[in-house]
Design a protein around this ligand. Structure first.
Ligand SMILES: Cc1ncc(COP(=O)(O)O)c(C=O)c1O
Length: 446
Protein backbone atom coordinates (compact mmCIF):
# COMPACT_ATOMS: atom_id res chain seq x y z
CA UNK A 1 0.00 0.00 0.00
CA UNK A 2 2.77 2.44 1.08
CA UNK A 3 4.86 1.33 -1.90
CA UNK A 4 2.00 1.98 -4.36
CA UNK A 5 1.38 5.36 -2.81
CA UNK A 6 5.09 6.26 -3.04
CA UNK A 7 5.22 5.13 -6.66
CA UNK A 8 2.10 7.14 -7.51
CA UNK A 9 3.54 10.18 -5.78
CA UNK A 10 6.78 9.82 -7.70
CA UNK A 11 4.90 9.48 -11.00
CA UNK A 12 2.83 12.56 -10.37
CA UNK A 13 5.92 14.57 -9.37
CA UNK A 14 7.53 13.47 -12.65
CA UNK A 15 4.39 14.46 -14.54
CA UNK A 16 4.31 17.86 -12.84
CA UNK A 17 7.92 18.51 -13.75
CA UNK A 18 7.26 17.46 -17.37
CA UNK A 19 4.32 19.86 -17.50
CA UNK A 20 6.47 22.60 -16.05
CA UNK A 21 9.12 21.95 -18.72
CA UNK A 22 6.47 22.28 -21.47
CA UNK A 23 5.24 25.50 -19.89
CA UNK A 24 8.77 26.92 -19.85
CA UNK A 25 9.29 26.03 -23.50
CA UNK A 26 6.05 27.83 -24.37
CA UNK A 27 7.14 30.86 -22.38
CA UNK A 28 10.35 31.11 -24.43
CA UNK A 29 8.49 30.60 -27.73
CA UNK A 30 8.73 33.79 -29.83
CA UNK A 31 5.86 32.63 -32.05
CA UNK A 32 3.46 31.73 -29.23
CA UNK A 33 1.38 34.86 -29.87
CA UNK A 34 0.33 33.67 -33.34
CA UNK A 35 -1.81 30.82 -31.97
CA UNK A 36 -4.46 33.34 -30.88
CA UNK A 37 -5.06 34.19 -34.55
CA UNK A 38 -6.26 30.66 -35.36
CA UNK A 39 -9.62 28.99 -34.78
CA UNK A 40 -8.88 26.11 -32.47
CA UNK A 41 -11.63 23.83 -31.17
CA UNK A 42 -11.55 24.08 -27.37
CA UNK A 43 -10.16 20.92 -25.80
CA UNK A 44 -8.85 19.62 -29.12
CA UNK A 45 -5.19 19.35 -30.07
CA UNK A 46 -4.70 19.69 -33.80
CA UNK A 47 -1.65 17.86 -35.17
CA UNK A 48 -2.76 17.65 -38.80
CA UNK A 49 -1.13 20.82 -40.12
CA UNK A 50 0.50 18.78 -42.91
CA UNK A 51 -2.89 17.75 -44.37
CA UNK A 52 -5.18 20.70 -43.76
CA UNK A 53 -4.03 23.69 -41.72
CA UNK A 54 -6.46 25.47 -39.39
CA UNK A 55 -8.34 28.60 -40.41
CA UNK A 56 -6.80 31.86 -39.18
CA UNK A 57 -8.58 35.14 -38.61
CA UNK A 58 -6.60 36.95 -41.34
CA UNK A 59 -7.41 34.17 -43.85
CA UNK A 60 -11.08 34.36 -42.89
CA UNK A 61 -11.00 38.16 -43.19
CA UNK A 62 -9.48 38.08 -46.67
CA UNK A 63 -12.08 35.54 -47.83
CA UNK A 64 -14.97 37.57 -46.35
CA UNK A 65 -13.52 40.72 -47.91
CA UNK A 66 -13.59 39.04 -51.33
CA UNK A 67 -17.10 37.69 -50.82
CA UNK A 68 -18.24 41.17 -49.98
CA UNK A 69 -16.57 42.54 -53.10
CA UNK A 70 -18.46 39.97 -55.16
CA UNK A 71 -21.66 41.14 -53.43
CA UNK A 72 -21.03 44.83 -54.03
CA UNK A 73 -18.89 45.02 -57.16
CA UNK A 74 -20.01 41.96 -59.15
CA UNK A 75 -18.22 42.02 -62.52
CA UNK A 76 -16.48 45.24 -61.45
CA UNK A 77 -14.40 43.17 -59.01
CA UNK A 78 -12.07 42.09 -61.80
CA UNK A 79 -10.60 45.61 -61.90
CA UNK A 80 -12.00 47.49 -58.88
CA UNK A 81 -11.55 44.98 -56.07
CA UNK A 82 -8.60 45.51 -53.74
CA UNK A 83 -6.49 43.87 -55.01
CA UNK A 84 -8.17 43.48 -58.44
CA UNK A 85 -9.12 39.88 -59.16
CA UNK A 86 -7.55 40.21 -62.59
CA UNK A 87 -4.06 40.35 -61.04
CA UNK A 88 -4.73 38.53 -57.75
CA UNK A 89 -2.59 35.53 -58.77
CA UNK A 90 0.38 37.83 -59.45
CA UNK A 91 -0.17 39.78 -56.18
CA UNK A 92 -0.22 36.59 -54.16
CA UNK A 93 2.83 35.29 -56.01
CA UNK A 94 4.71 38.39 -54.90
CA UNK A 95 3.81 37.67 -51.25
CA UNK A 96 4.66 33.99 -51.65
CA UNK A 97 8.02 34.48 -53.41
CA UNK A 98 10.12 34.93 -50.23
CA UNK A 99 8.88 31.59 -48.91
CA UNK A 100 10.23 29.84 -51.99
CA UNK A 101 13.39 31.93 -52.37
CA UNK A 102 12.36 33.09 -55.83
CA UNK A 103 11.66 36.29 -57.72
CA UNK A 104 8.00 37.23 -57.98
CA UNK A 105 8.01 36.66 -61.74
CA UNK A 106 9.20 33.07 -61.29
CA UNK A 107 6.07 32.17 -59.32
CA UNK A 108 2.37 32.04 -60.00
CA UNK A 109 -0.59 30.98 -57.88
CA UNK A 110 -2.86 28.74 -59.94
CA UNK A 111 -4.66 25.42 -60.17
CA UNK A 112 -3.92 22.46 -57.90
CA UNK A 113 -0.55 20.82 -57.28
CA UNK A 114 -1.31 18.02 -59.72
CA UNK A 115 -2.52 20.32 -62.49
CA UNK A 116 0.57 22.48 -62.03
CA UNK A 117 2.79 19.43 -62.35
CA UNK A 118 0.96 18.49 -65.56
CA UNK A 119 1.49 22.01 -66.83
CA UNK A 120 5.22 22.02 -66.06
CA UNK A 121 5.80 18.62 -67.61
CA UNK A 122 3.69 19.56 -70.63
CA UNK A 123 5.95 22.61 -70.97
CA UNK A 124 9.39 21.18 -70.21
CA UNK A 125 9.32 17.44 -70.81
CA UNK A 126 10.10 17.14 -74.52
CA UNK A 127 11.77 13.78 -74.92
CA UNK A 128 11.75 13.94 -78.68
CA UNK A 129 13.54 17.21 -79.23
CA UNK A 130 16.18 17.51 -76.54
CA UNK A 131 18.89 15.01 -77.19
CA UNK A 132 21.61 14.83 -74.40
CA UNK A 133 23.34 18.18 -73.81
CA UNK A 134 25.40 16.70 -71.02
CA UNK A 135 27.37 13.96 -72.63
CA UNK A 136 27.21 14.29 -76.37
CA UNK A 137 26.95 10.52 -76.64
CA UNK A 138 23.78 10.53 -78.70
CA UNK A 139 21.61 8.88 -76.06
CA UNK A 140 18.11 10.31 -76.21
CA UNK A 141 16.85 11.71 -72.93
CA UNK A 142 13.37 10.25 -72.70
CA UNK A 143 12.91 9.24 -69.06
CA UNK A 144 11.34 10.82 -66.02
CA UNK A 145 12.93 10.15 -62.66
CA UNK A 146 10.87 9.88 -59.46
CA UNK A 147 11.05 7.92 -56.22
CA UNK A 148 9.25 4.83 -54.99
CA UNK A 149 7.83 6.86 -52.08
CA UNK A 150 6.28 9.72 -54.06
CA UNK A 151 2.73 10.92 -53.52
CA UNK A 152 0.56 8.92 -55.96
CA UNK A 153 -0.85 11.94 -57.79
CA UNK A 154 2.65 12.97 -58.91
CA UNK A 155 3.25 9.50 -60.27
CA UNK A 156 -0.14 9.50 -62.05
CA UNK A 157 0.75 12.83 -63.67
CA UNK A 158 4.17 11.57 -64.79
CA UNK A 159 2.76 8.34 -66.17
CA UNK A 160 0.13 10.16 -68.18
CA UNK A 161 2.63 12.71 -69.52
CA UNK A 162 4.83 9.83 -70.68
CA UNK A 163 1.84 8.16 -72.36
CA UNK A 164 0.92 11.44 -74.05
CA UNK A 165 4.37 11.36 -75.69
CA UNK A 166 3.56 7.92 -77.10
CA UNK A 167 5.99 6.25 -74.66
CA UNK A 168 5.53 3.44 -72.17
CA UNK A 169 5.60 4.48 -68.48
CA UNK A 170 6.90 1.06 -67.46
CA UNK A 171 10.03 1.82 -69.41
CA UNK A 172 10.25 5.60 -69.18
CA UNK A 173 9.36 6.29 -65.55
CA UNK A 174 12.26 5.37 -63.28
CA UNK A 175 11.42 5.16 -59.57
CA UNK A 176 14.40 5.21 -57.23
CA UNK A 177 13.75 2.46 -54.67
CA UNK A 178 13.89 3.00 -50.93
CA UNK A 179 16.45 0.97 -49.00
CA UNK A 180 14.32 0.87 -45.84
CA UNK A 181 10.78 1.49 -47.13
CA UNK A 182 10.70 4.89 -45.39
CA UNK A 183 13.45 7.12 -46.72
CA UNK A 184 15.25 7.70 -50.00
CA UNK A 185 19.03 7.98 -50.19
CA UNK A 186 20.09 11.07 -52.16
CA UNK A 187 23.09 9.18 -53.56
CA UNK A 188 20.70 6.62 -55.07
CA UNK A 189 18.77 9.43 -56.76
CA UNK A 190 21.97 10.93 -58.14
CA UNK A 191 23.16 7.53 -59.36
CA UNK A 192 19.85 7.21 -61.23
CA UNK A 193 20.43 10.51 -63.12
CA UNK A 194 21.75 8.64 -66.13
CA UNK A 195 22.19 10.06 -69.66
CA UNK A 196 18.72 8.83 -70.70
CA UNK A 197 16.95 10.83 -67.94
CA UNK A 198 15.25 13.99 -69.15
CA UNK A 199 13.64 15.34 -65.96
CA UNK A 200 13.65 14.44 -62.28
CA UNK A 201 10.51 15.22 -60.25
CA UNK A 202 11.17 14.76 -56.55
CA UNK A 203 9.43 15.47 -53.27
CA UNK A 204 10.99 18.12 -51.01
CA UNK A 205 9.67 16.18 -48.02
CA UNK A 206 8.34 12.62 -48.29
CA UNK A 207 4.62 12.78 -47.57
CA UNK A 208 4.58 9.67 -45.37
CA UNK A 209 8.00 9.32 -43.72
CA UNK A 210 8.71 13.04 -43.40
CA UNK A 211 12.27 13.00 -44.79
CA UNK A 212 13.49 16.37 -46.09
CA UNK A 213 15.62 15.81 -49.19
CA UNK A 214 18.72 17.90 -49.80
CA UNK A 215 17.28 19.96 -52.64
CA UNK A 216 20.39 22.11 -53.15
CA UNK A 217 22.62 19.07 -53.55
CA UNK A 218 20.19 17.26 -55.84
CA UNK A 219 19.71 20.35 -58.01
CA UNK A 220 23.46 20.75 -58.43
CA UNK A 221 23.87 17.07 -59.31
CA UNK A 222 21.04 17.34 -61.85
CA UNK A 223 22.59 20.42 -63.45
CA UNK A 224 25.98 18.71 -63.74
CA UNK A 225 24.32 15.75 -65.45
CA UNK A 226 22.15 17.74 -67.86
CA UNK A 227 18.93 16.61 -66.16
CA UNK A 228 16.06 19.03 -65.53
CA UNK A 229 14.88 18.97 -61.92
CA UNK A 230 11.64 19.94 -60.21
CA UNK A 231 10.34 19.52 -56.67
CA UNK A 232 6.93 18.95 -55.18
CA UNK A 233 7.19 21.27 -52.18
CA UNK A 234 3.71 20.55 -50.77
CA UNK A 235 5.13 19.28 -47.48
CA UNK A 236 7.77 21.95 -47.04
CA UNK A 237 6.16 25.22 -48.13
CA UNK A 238 5.28 27.34 -45.11
CA UNK A 239 7.28 25.20 -42.69
CA UNK A 240 10.83 25.25 -44.08
CA UNK A 241 12.82 27.84 -46.04
CA UNK A 242 13.54 27.33 -49.76
CA UNK A 243 16.10 28.96 -52.07
CA UNK A 244 14.76 27.68 -55.40
CA UNK A 245 16.46 30.39 -57.50
CA UNK A 246 19.84 30.08 -55.78
CA UNK A 247 19.72 26.31 -55.90
CA UNK A 248 19.01 26.68 -59.61
CA UNK A 249 16.02 24.36 -59.51
CA UNK A 250 14.13 24.24 -62.83
CA UNK A 251 10.59 24.12 -61.47
CA UNK A 252 8.48 23.40 -58.40
CA UNK A 253 4.84 22.91 -57.43
CA UNK A 254 3.06 23.06 -54.07
CA UNK A 255 -0.32 23.34 -52.40
CA UNK A 256 -1.50 26.01 -49.97
CA UNK A 257 -3.85 24.02 -47.76
CA UNK A 258 -1.27 22.36 -45.49
CA UNK A 259 1.13 24.48 -43.41
CA UNK A 260 0.04 27.65 -45.23
CA UNK A 261 -3.52 27.21 -43.94
CA UNK A 262 -5.26 28.71 -46.98
CA UNK A 263 -8.21 26.30 -46.81
CA UNK A 264 -9.47 23.05 -48.39
CA UNK A 265 -8.96 23.14 -52.14
CA UNK A 266 -6.99 26.42 -51.95
CA UNK A 267 -5.20 27.24 -55.19
CA UNK A 268 -1.67 25.83 -55.46
CA UNK A 269 1.46 27.43 -56.82
CA UNK A 270 4.27 26.84 -59.25
CA UNK A 271 7.83 28.04 -59.76
CA UNK A 272 9.49 28.22 -63.16
CA UNK A 273 13.13 29.22 -63.24
CA UNK A 274 13.69 32.42 -65.24
CA UNK A 275 16.05 30.61 -67.55
CA UNK A 276 13.05 28.82 -69.11
CA UNK A 277 11.34 30.67 -71.87
CA UNK A 278 9.38 27.79 -73.38
CA UNK A 279 5.82 28.36 -74.50
CA UNK A 280 3.27 26.91 -72.07
CA UNK A 281 2.53 23.27 -72.80
CA UNK A 282 -1.10 23.74 -71.77
CA UNK A 283 -2.05 27.18 -73.00
CA UNK A 284 -5.05 29.23 -71.97
CA UNK A 285 -6.10 32.86 -72.04
CA UNK A 286 -5.08 33.61 -68.42
CA UNK A 287 -1.50 32.88 -69.48
CA UNK A 288 -1.65 35.99 -71.68
CA UNK A 289 0.30 39.16 -71.15
CA UNK A 290 -2.21 41.15 -69.09
CA UNK A 291 -2.35 44.08 -71.52
CA UNK A 292 -3.11 41.74 -74.40
CA UNK A 293 -5.59 39.31 -72.81
CA UNK A 294 -8.72 41.18 -73.83
CA UNK A 295 -7.52 41.69 -77.39
CA UNK A 296 -9.10 38.26 -77.83
CA UNK A 297 -6.48 37.24 -80.39
CA UNK A 298 -6.34 33.56 -81.27
CA UNK A 299 -2.53 33.63 -81.07
CA UNK A 300 -1.42 33.55 -77.39
CA UNK A 301 0.77 36.47 -76.39
CA UNK A 302 2.28 34.87 -73.25
CA UNK A 303 2.91 36.75 -70.02
CA UNK A 304 6.56 37.15 -69.13
CA UNK A 305 7.70 34.60 -66.54
CA UNK A 306 5.74 31.96 -64.66
CA UNK A 307 2.44 33.80 -65.19
CA UNK A 308 2.34 32.37 -68.71
CA UNK A 309 1.59 28.96 -67.19
CA UNK A 310 -1.82 30.00 -65.91
CA UNK A 311 -4.58 28.39 -67.89
CA UNK A 312 -8.18 29.50 -67.26
CA UNK A 313 -10.02 31.89 -64.96
CA UNK A 314 -8.44 31.77 -61.50
CA UNK A 315 -10.62 30.41 -58.66
CA UNK A 316 -10.79 33.75 -56.84
CA UNK A 317 -12.68 32.39 -53.83
CA UNK A 318 -10.15 29.56 -53.46
CA UNK A 319 -7.32 32.09 -53.64
CA UNK A 320 -8.69 34.81 -51.38
CA UNK A 321 -7.82 33.24 -47.99
CA UNK A 322 -4.21 32.85 -49.09
CA UNK A 323 -3.72 36.63 -48.82
CA UNK A 324 -4.44 36.59 -45.08
CA UNK A 325 -2.68 33.28 -44.57
CA UNK A 326 0.55 34.60 -46.11
CA UNK A 327 0.49 37.71 -43.93
CA UNK A 328 0.84 35.51 -40.85
CA UNK A 329 3.66 33.33 -42.18
CA UNK A 330 5.57 36.31 -43.51
CA UNK A 331 5.15 38.16 -40.23
CA UNK A 332 6.32 35.12 -38.24
CA UNK A 333 9.29 34.72 -40.64
CA UNK A 334 10.06 31.38 -42.23
CA UNK A 335 13.36 30.94 -40.36
CA UNK A 336 11.65 31.27 -36.99
CA UNK A 337 8.87 28.98 -38.22
CA UNK A 338 11.45 26.33 -39.15
CA UNK A 339 13.28 26.63 -35.80
CA UNK A 340 10.06 26.18 -33.87
CA UNK A 341 8.95 23.31 -36.10
CA UNK A 342 12.21 21.46 -35.42
CA UNK A 343 11.95 22.17 -31.69
CA UNK A 344 8.36 20.88 -31.57
CA UNK A 345 9.07 17.68 -33.46
CA UNK A 346 12.27 17.03 -31.46
CA UNK A 347 10.32 17.55 -28.25
CA UNK A 348 7.52 15.22 -29.39
CA UNK A 349 10.07 12.53 -30.26
CA UNK A 350 11.83 12.84 -26.92
CA UNK A 351 8.52 12.56 -25.03
CA UNK A 352 7.45 9.55 -27.06
CA UNK A 353 10.75 7.84 -26.39
CA UNK A 354 10.53 8.59 -22.71
CA UNK A 355 6.87 7.80 -22.07
CA UNK A 356 5.95 5.14 -24.58
CA UNK A 357 8.97 2.88 -24.71
CA UNK A 358 7.13 -0.30 -23.86
CA UNK A 359 4.38 0.14 -26.46
CA UNK A 360 6.21 -0.86 -29.63
CA UNK A 361 6.40 2.51 -31.44
CA UNK A 362 9.25 3.36 -33.81
CA UNK A 363 10.02 6.48 -35.85
CA UNK A 364 9.77 6.37 -39.64
CA UNK A 365 11.20 9.88 -40.03
CA UNK A 366 14.90 10.73 -39.93
CA UNK A 367 16.08 11.93 -36.51
CA UNK A 368 18.55 14.60 -37.70
CA UNK A 369 17.24 18.16 -37.94
CA UNK A 370 18.66 18.70 -41.43
CA UNK A 371 16.76 15.68 -42.80
CA UNK A 372 13.42 16.17 -41.04
CA UNK A 373 10.42 18.01 -42.49
CA UNK A 374 7.55 19.35 -40.38
CA UNK A 375 5.99 16.10 -39.20
CA UNK A 376 7.00 12.97 -37.42
CA UNK A 377 5.99 9.55 -38.69
CA UNK A 378 5.22 7.39 -35.72
CA UNK A 379 4.99 3.72 -36.67
CA UNK A 380 2.95 1.01 -35.01
CA UNK A 381 1.27 -2.14 -36.36
CA UNK A 382 -2.08 -0.83 -35.00
CA UNK A 383 -1.56 2.73 -36.30
CA UNK A 384 -5.02 2.98 -37.92
CA UNK A 385 -6.91 2.11 -34.76
CA UNK A 386 -4.59 4.17 -32.55
CA UNK A 387 -5.20 7.19 -34.78
CA UNK A 388 -8.92 6.84 -34.37
CA UNK A 389 -8.57 6.41 -30.60
CA UNK A 390 -6.48 9.59 -30.57
CA UNK A 391 -9.22 11.48 -32.40
CA UNK A 392 -11.77 10.23 -29.87
CA UNK A 393 -9.44 11.51 -27.16
CA UNK A 394 -9.35 14.97 -28.80
CA UNK A 395 -6.00 14.74 -30.60
CA UNK A 396 -6.10 15.04 -34.40
CA UNK A 397 -3.30 13.22 -36.25
CA UNK A 398 -3.58 11.47 -39.60
CA UNK A 399 -2.99 7.95 -40.73
CA UNK A 400 -1.09 6.65 -43.72
CA UNK A 401 -1.38 2.96 -44.46
CA UNK A 402 -0.13 0.58 -43.36
CA UNK A 403 1.44 1.72 -40.10
CA UNK A 404 2.15 5.47 -39.96
CA UNK A 405 0.64 8.00 -37.58
CA UNK A 406 1.62 11.44 -38.85
CA UNK A 407 1.94 14.09 -36.14
CA UNK A 408 2.43 17.59 -37.51
CA UNK A 409 2.47 20.33 -34.89
CA UNK A 410 2.11 23.55 -36.90
CA UNK A 411 4.59 26.10 -35.54
CA UNK A 412 2.04 28.89 -35.96
CA UNK A 413 -0.53 27.43 -33.61
CA UNK A 414 0.75 24.34 -31.79
CA UNK A 415 2.35 24.62 -28.36
CA UNK A 416 4.81 22.50 -26.43
CA UNK A 417 2.11 21.99 -23.77
CA UNK A 418 -0.14 20.53 -26.48
CA UNK A 419 2.61 18.14 -27.57
CA UNK A 420 3.03 17.08 -23.96
CA UNK A 421 -0.71 16.60 -23.51
CA UNK A 422 -0.98 14.61 -26.79
CA UNK A 423 1.65 12.16 -25.60
CA UNK A 424 -0.10 11.90 -22.22
CA UNK A 425 -3.38 11.02 -23.98
CA UNK A 426 -1.59 8.59 -26.29
CA UNK A 427 -0.01 6.90 -23.31
CA UNK A 428 -3.40 6.51 -21.69
CA UNK A 429 -4.77 4.95 -24.91
CA UNK A 430 -1.88 2.50 -24.96
CA UNK A 431 -1.83 1.67 -21.23
CA UNK A 432 -5.59 1.07 -21.19
CA UNK A 433 -5.50 -0.59 -24.66
CA UNK A 434 -8.38 1.66 -25.73
CA UNK A 435 -7.55 1.17 -29.43
CA UNK A 436 -8.70 -2.45 -29.14
CA UNK A 437 -12.33 -1.26 -28.84
CA UNK A 438 -12.12 0.36 -32.29
CA UNK A 439 -13.21 -1.44 -35.46
CA UNK A 440 -10.27 -2.17 -37.79
CA UNK A 441 -11.65 -0.51 -41.01
CA UNK A 442 -10.41 3.05 -41.52
CA UNK A 443 -12.67 5.71 -43.06
CA UNK A 444 -12.55 6.84 -46.70
CA UNK A 445 -10.39 9.84 -45.85
CA UNK A 446 -7.64 9.06 -43.37
C1 LIG B 1 3.08 15.70 -51.75
C2 LIG B 1 1.75 15.91 -52.43
N1 LIG B 1 1.74 16.07 -53.76
C3 LIG B 1 0.58 16.22 -54.43
C4 LIG B 1 -0.62 16.24 -53.76
C5 LIG B 1 -1.89 16.41 -54.53
O1 LIG B 1 -2.27 17.74 -54.48
P1 LIG B 1 -3.55 18.31 -55.20
O2 LIG B 1 -4.69 17.45 -54.78
O3 LIG B 1 -3.66 19.69 -54.65
O4 LIG B 1 -3.34 18.27 -56.65
C6 LIG B 1 -0.65 16.11 -52.36
C7 LIG B 1 -1.92 16.14 -51.63
O5 LIG B 1 -2.00 16.03 -50.43
C8 LIG B 1 0.58 15.91 -51.68
O6 LIG B 1 0.63 15.76 -50.35
Amino acid sequence: MTMTFAATEEASAEEASAEERARQLDECDELAGFAGQFYKTPGQIYLDGNSLGLLSKPAEASLLHTLNEWKTLAIGGWMDAAPPWFTLAEELARDMAPLLGASADEIIIANSTTVNLHQLLATLYRPHDRPHEANGNGIQRTKLLATALDFPSDIHAMQSQIRLRGLDPDEHLVRVPSRDGLTICEDDIIAAMTPDVHTAVLPSVLYAGGQLLDMAHLAQAARERGVLIGFDCSHSVGVAPHCLSDWDVDFAVWCSYKYLSAGPGAAGGLFLNRRHRERPGLAGWFGSRKAAQFDMAHELDPAPGAGALQIGTPPILAMAPLGGALQIVNEAGIKRVRSKSLALTAYLMSLIEEKLQEHGFTFGNPREDARRGGHIALRHPEAGRICRALREAGVVPDYRRPDIIRLAPSPLYASFAECHESVRRLRHIMDARLWQDIAPEPGLVT
